[in-house]
Design a protein. Structure first.
Length: 232
């Protein structure tokens, strides 16, 4: 899963309007942001096996610290606690924690049986839809486009950065996703360093969000048009 994580993060802006889109993206992709770091440190292992699955040549030998359900919950609680300690925004902290944990469940349909429940000896789960490209594309783009639509409808640009920066961001994510289903990476090291590139989408989302404002519905007793407000 790739685009789906971003789609859920975009949609989460409605539930936590005062939280930056950059932080929402950070939380939604946190497990995949952590994974290449642990690969480079030798803590987790993956093998490149061409033909392993139709849409993925990666055999996830060991990644319990980044992709087990138990650790996703731990990381989610930690991210939520740090955010709440700094911002004192309950809805935002809950949303960030939920996004971190959601990553495991969004990966479940596409992975083969390699997602552990906890570090150590653990049963592993996965439905294997990476072997069914049509189903994978439908799931990914449905979630992604729903999130894009949700964020676009509750915010509006205040300048060209907010308008064109957002659509370039969305388009580039879609292009990268399609391109990622090409030839397998030449090595695990190349895979890890390339995967580190997703960190760039966090400050980019933060920057775009700074150039858009929320459009919230008016109070029920009023009949005026929706009014824009800037998130804190």
């Amino acid at each position: 899963m790739f685009l789906g994580h971003y789609g859920v993060a975009f949609a989460a802006k409605r539930g936590a309007p005062r939280t930056s889109l950059g932080l929402l993206v950070f939380a939604g992709e946190f497990l995949d942001e952590l994974w290449p770091v642990l690969l480079l440190l030798g803590v987790e292992q993956v093998r490149v096996v061409p033909g392993l699955m139709v849409m993925s040549p990666l055999e996830f030998v060991s990644y319990p610290w980044s992709h087990s359900l138990a650790m996703a919950v731990v990381w989610g609680v930690l991210v939520a606690a740090i955010y709440f300690a700094v911002r004192k925004y309950g809805r935002g902290s809950v949303m960030l924690g939920a996004l971190v944990v959601s990553h495991w469940f969004l990966d479940l349909p596409v992975h083969q049986k390699d997602l552990p429940l906890w570090p150590g000896v653990s049963p592993k789960y996965g439905w294997g839809l990476w072997n069914v490209p049509v189903a994978t594309y439908i799931i990914e783009f449905t979630i992604f486009l729903a999130g894009v639509s949700a964020y676009t409808r509750i915010t509006r640009p205040v300048d060209r950065i907010g308008r064109w920066g957002w659509w370039i961001y969305v388009t580039l994510l879609a292009i990268l996703y399609v391109a990622s289903n090409g030839p397998p990476p030449p090595s695990v090291s190349a895979l890890a360093w390339t995967s580190m590139g997703i960190w760039l989408f966090v400050p980019w989302a933060w920057w775009i969000d700074k150039h858009r404002v929320l459009i919230l519905p008016p109070p029920r007793q009023e009949n005026s048009a929706s009014r824009p407000i800037s998130p804190v």
